[in-house]
Design a protein around this ligand. Structure first.
Ligand code: DUC
Ligand code: ZN
Ligand code: ZN
Ligand code: ZN
Length: 460
């Protein structure tokens, strides 16, 4: 039985149109004004926006495979439910191998974790944490398996590779027109500053951001972009957090490099005064890169407004305060890095971006859905409401108000960094490939997610 959405306003990154939308099976089959009922079920969406399902291109739902004290509090089951309840219908999770593991084995592990458990559609960025001939040979295999994007690290001793290895990996990824995203921080500098503060007995969360200042990020961004320039590869910068890094990006763009920039809600609506909170509260905000200054926040919003920032995803990586963040009670460097956020991104960006007049709703659709789908080879299957696309539809009510709270969130973690923040607008209902999966912020049909096979331009 087909469904006819009547009376809503369909929004894309380009425009908004008052049209009815008919979906049948998994797809959008017809759009137009005053469509006839035929045999469709009518859903009255007057007063609401019809938005393409949001895509979160940066989650860690299963870091350390949920095992032990360093395993994430969420997993595919809980994290994807929190996502879809508020309008995110696809995630690109960071598949992260353990040392010595092949990329193929990592892919198998992530498939086991996601398949049958995920309530949203999903794919992965494959992390390259070491570089050798067998990993090199697997780049092409990943592309053939539908994984067209990769992730590398310039910080974290257990994950990072050398500049030379990044150079070689880029050359290989370029052959297959893959997309590379890098965590940009100078790991050596971070290590030295942590050692210095810890030796001086400066061990509270207050010191976390001081070990990872903007120069640590901007230097890595500059170096990464210079390596990319040598190779001739278009690249992505994940979780860009500072004004100085954005300036480095602008320099690269001025010499005609193609650079994609992702930032995250935490860098747009939170700032580093939170590390000075009472007791050990600052630990809740320990993530890397750290929260920045109001001046950085302002520069990032400017970038979001003027197009220097391309996408907003979350870096969702949840650890409980009790029992996980508290591991670092006597030493900030032992606090697991990361914050939850896959649930709250749409409401935060709508509230702090759209209702404040900083950005249009069209721009929000680009940042949270359409431009992500294009960048990561999922468009037009995802990222747009048009005939032939997947019927991933968020019925958005612009008039609701709410307060973000750890007690009502669906994320499986004992706090939220946005606790107490007021929101306007929310997903009234959410459809994934034609099925209603969420209503009024609650999941009504779970575990319907499937793997999205992506094609690089190599295969087109
Ligand atoms: N930063 C975090 O804070 N958590 C996950 C990984 C990362 O880069
Ligand atoms: Zn990172
Ligand atoms: Zn401080
Ligand atoms: Zn991350």
């Amino acid at each position: 039985m087909s469904i006819l959405f009547k009376g809503g306003t369909v929004v894309s990154a380009k425009d908004r149109r008052q049209v009815d939308v008919r979906i049948d099976g998994e797809k959008i089959i017809e759009m137009g004004t005053n469509l006839k009922t035929k045999d469709s079920n009518i859903v009255d969406v007057s007063g609401c926006f019809l938005l393409p399902g949001f895509i979160d291109a940066h989650t860690h739902l299963e870091l350390n495979n949920g095992k032990g004290s360093m395993g994430t509090a969420d997993n595919f089951y809980t994290g994807s439910k929190a996502a879809v309840a508020k309008g995110t219908t696809t995630v690109i999770d960071m598949a992260t191998p353990s040392k010595g593991s092949s990329l193929k084995d990592c892919l198998k592990v992530w498939d086991q974790l996601a398949r049958g458990n995920s309530s949203c559609d999903y794919t992965y960025h494959m992390s390259i944490i070491e570089w050798n001939p067998s990993i090199k040979a697997e780049i092409n295999e990943m592309i053939d398996a539908g994984i067209t994007s990769f992730k590398m690290y310039m910080a974290y001793d257990n994950l990072r590779t050398t500049d030379g290895e990044i150079f070689e990996a880029m050359s290989e990824i370029r052959k297959f027109q893959g997309m590379l995203g890098i965590h940009c921080e100078n790991g050596d500098m971070v290590n030295k500053m942590i050692a210095k503060f810890v030796a001086e007995g400066k061990r509270s969360p207050h010191y976390h951001p001081l070990t990872r200042p903007d120069s640590v990020e901007a230097e890595a961004v500059e170096r990464y972009l210079m390596i990319a320039d040598l190779v001739g590869l278009s690249v992505n910068i994940v979780h860009l957090s500072s004004k100085r890094s954005l300036e480095a990006v602008q320099r690269a763009r001025a010499r005609n490099q193609k650079v994609y920039v992702e930032t995250c809600p935490q860098y747009l609506v939170l700032d580093d005064h939170l590390y000075d909170g009472p007791e050990f509260e600052g630990a809740k905000y320990v993530c890397s890169p750290p929260l920045r200054k109001i001046s950085d926040q302002k520069a990032l919003w400017d970038g979001v407004i003027n197009g220097q920032v391309n996408t907003i995803s979350t870096d969702h990586c949840s650890f409980n305060f009790e029992g996980q963040k508290t591991i670092g009670k006597d030493d900030f460097s032992k606090i697991p890095n990361g914050m939850p956020g896959v649930e709250t991104r749409p409401e935060l960006i709508y509230t702090y971006g759209v209702t404040t007049g900083k950005i249009s709703l069209e721009r929000m659709i680009g940042l949270l859905s359409e431009d992500i789908a294009k960048q990561f080879s999922m468009y037009p299957q995802k990222g747009i409401i048009q005939v032939g696309s997947d019927a991933d539809i968020v019925v958005w009510d612009p008039n609701t108000t709410g307060i973000i709270s750890a007690t009502t969130q669906l994320q499986n973690v004992d706090y939220t960094p946005y606790d107490g923040m007021q929101t306007t607008g929310s997903a009234k209902s959410v459809y994934l490939r034609g099925q209603k999966i969420a209503e009024e912020g609650q999941v009504v049909l779970e575990k319907q997610g499937k793997f999205i096979f992506r094609k690089s331009t190599k295969n087109n």
